[in-house]
Design a protein around this ligand. Structure first.
Ligand code: CP
Length: 313
């Protein structure tokens, strides 16, 4: 497959997901290569980020590419009224691939329709975060040895959390059972529950975060309540500390159970959980580097054989 976009996880087949995991494994074994020597990767971040931007930029650097971009749209001509279309067309003049995070749902899809170079969606509003999803899948595969037939608890802000929306869609190929654990104000939106029903994905909804549910989990996927998506901060104050994971809740967890979190965390995992053998969120973020090396190569049409053949530096 030649150059293409990476905008929504819904586009990815089972085979493509497994292929990207295989590529990520190869990059984890040998992260430093020159396969993108002479290429330029643009990172356009209209919303704040630590992990996504820095891991994409590290991935580009480790692959031999150079990086341009911005971390704050206020320093760009968007403040003078330049449209997203014109911004994308301009950056396409300079870069071979564009990684973009935007606060508007659908912005990445729109950019992909106007750009002559591949677009990678680094998060669009509360909609999708497909590269995070690939690193989540890689982390699940690494810790469980499979993606199939797993019990996955999604906890916290299931309304605005774009990572959980992407994960549901990706897991449709692998017969999961989901537990959606959220207060009613932050419940999984109907469109994703409908998606589960249409795709034969089993799910159970909970408003209580109990040890009984944790004890059934292979993956406990914690999320932050997304303050920036609330129009009424009083509503945020009501739910911001609704679920807090503590060490003593993990006593009877399955041995294989791993705690994931896309990060940043605010208050939903106590710091002493970090030392618990079930905690995996720091390694999960590291896996983002390898998954993103795989994604950048894939959108540029670089094959696995070319990756393997490339001289490791
Ligand atoms: N997980 C994630 O998207 O983190 P950042 O917002 O720091 O990129």
């Amino acid at each position: 497959m030649g150059k293409h976009n990476f905008v929504t996880i819904a586009d990815l087949s089972r085979e493509k997901i497994l292929y990207l995991i295989k590529s990520a494994q190869e990059f984890e074994a040998h992260p430093n290569r020159e396969i993108l020597k002479g290429k330029v990767v643009a990172t356009l971040f209209f919303e704040p980020s630590t992990r996504t931007r820095l891991s994409f930029e590290t991935a580009a650097n480790r692959l031999g590419a150079r990086v341009i971009g911005f971390t704050d749209a206020k320093v760009t001509s968007a403040t003078k009224g330049e449209t997203l279309k014109d911004t994308i067309l301009m950056v396409s003049n300079y870069a071979d691939v564009i990684v973009m995070r935007h606060y508007i749902e659908g912005a990445a899809q729109y950019a992909s329709e106007v750009a002559p170079v591949p677009i990678i969606n680094a998060g669009d509003g509360a909609h999708q975060h497909p590269s995070q999803c690939m690193l989540d899948l890689y982390s699940i595969y690494k810790t469980q040895g499979t993606l199939s037939n797993l019990n996955i608890c999604l906890v916290g802000d299931l309304k605005y959390g774009r990572t959980v929306h992407s994960l549901i869609m990706a897991m449709r190929h692998f017969n999961p059972t989901f537990h959606f654990i959220a207060p009613k104000e932050l419940a999984m939106p109907d469109e994703y529950k409908l998606y589960c029903r249409d795709n034969g994905i089993k799910y159970i909804e909970h408003t209580e975060f109990t040890e009984e549910t944790i004890n059934q989990a292979d993956i406990l996927y914690m999320t932050r309540v997304q303050k920036e998506r609330f129009s009424d901060l009083m509503e945020y104050e009501k739910v911001k500390n609704v679920y807090i994971l503590k060490n003593d809740m993990l006593t009877n967890a399955r041995d294989n159970m791993r705690i994931l979190h896309p990060l940043p965390r605010v208050n939903e995992i106590e710091y002493d959980v970090d030392e618990n053998p079930h905690a995996y969120y720091i390694q999960q973020a590291q896996n983002g580097l390898y998954a993103r090396e795989a994604i950048i190569c894939d959108v540029l049409g670089i094959t696995y054989d070319e990756i393997v053949k490339d001289k490791t530096i």
